[in-house]
Design a protein around this ligand. Structure first.
Ligand SMILES: C[S@@+](CC[C@H](N)C(=O)[O-])C[C@H]1O[C@@H](n2cnc3c(N)ncnc32)[C@H](O)[C@@H]1O
Length: 186
């Protein structure tokens, strides 16, 4: 059975229900603004990029990265694994710095290893953020809760002035995912 956010996403022309997670975070933290350069890690199928595009209204720049090919989405797309050794070079060829980095990357769900794989992806997203996010820039990252989460949050606090883990309304209660809002890179 489709849940209310899936139905709402379809009605409003969004590619995924996850758009409402970003909408919720944006309502609280005012992350997305015109003229920004935004990097969307794990962007497929593209609802987060769609939402950013609406707010940017043909200003700024959105670059999306995923291992899966996107379809019918008007952004700059890099089809790559974030673990690719040339990932920073590939990003910098499009833009040297970003105002906002979003990471909704999720590992393939395999059960007990989910949280470890997710933390590794979150670490990789942080590595990328530290290379291309501007001073005072913001970073949103998804992780599945598990034993390494607190260490990861401590690391984020070294690099950002404000760090808060939160579960947006549209995130399913049964899911271990949470989003960490990191504001103002040091
Ligand atoms: C939950 S989806 C993102 C949904 C997206 N935010 C949206 O709103 O449409 C997670 C994405 O992460 C991507 N992903 C997983 N591992 C990746 C990796 N190593 N490199 C790049 N993308 C990856 C998957 O292919 C998948 O499309």
């Amino acid at each position: 059975m489709k849940d209310k956010f899936t139905i709402k996403a379809q009605k409003q022309g969004y590619k995924a229900r996850s758009v409402f997670k970003l909408e919720d975070l944006n309502r609280k933290y005012k992350l997305i603004k015109k003229n920004q350069k935004i990097l969307d890690l794990g962007c497929w199928p593209g609802s987060w990029s769609q939402y950013c595009k609406e707010i940017l209204e043909n200003t700024g720049l959105i670059i999306g990265i995923d291992i899966k090919e996107i379809d019918n989405l008007d952004i700059i797309f890099i089809k790559k694994d974030v673990y690719d050794k040339d990932i920073i070079k590939a990003i910098k060829e499009k833009s040297e710095v970003f105002d906002l980095i979003l990471s909704d990357i999720a590992p393939k769900t395999t059960g007990t290893q989910d949280s470890e794989a997710s933390i590794e992806l979150a670490e990789r997203s942080l590595y990328i953020a530290l290379k291309v996010l501007k001073y005072n820039g913001n970073f949103i990252v998804k992780v599945f809760q598990g034993k390494d989460l607190n260490n990861y949050i401590d690391k984020l606090k070294k690099h950002f002035r404000f760090v808060k883990a939160t579960k947006p309304m549209a995130s399913k209660k049964t899911s271990k995912e949470i989003y960490i809002v990191c504001l103002s890179k040091r």
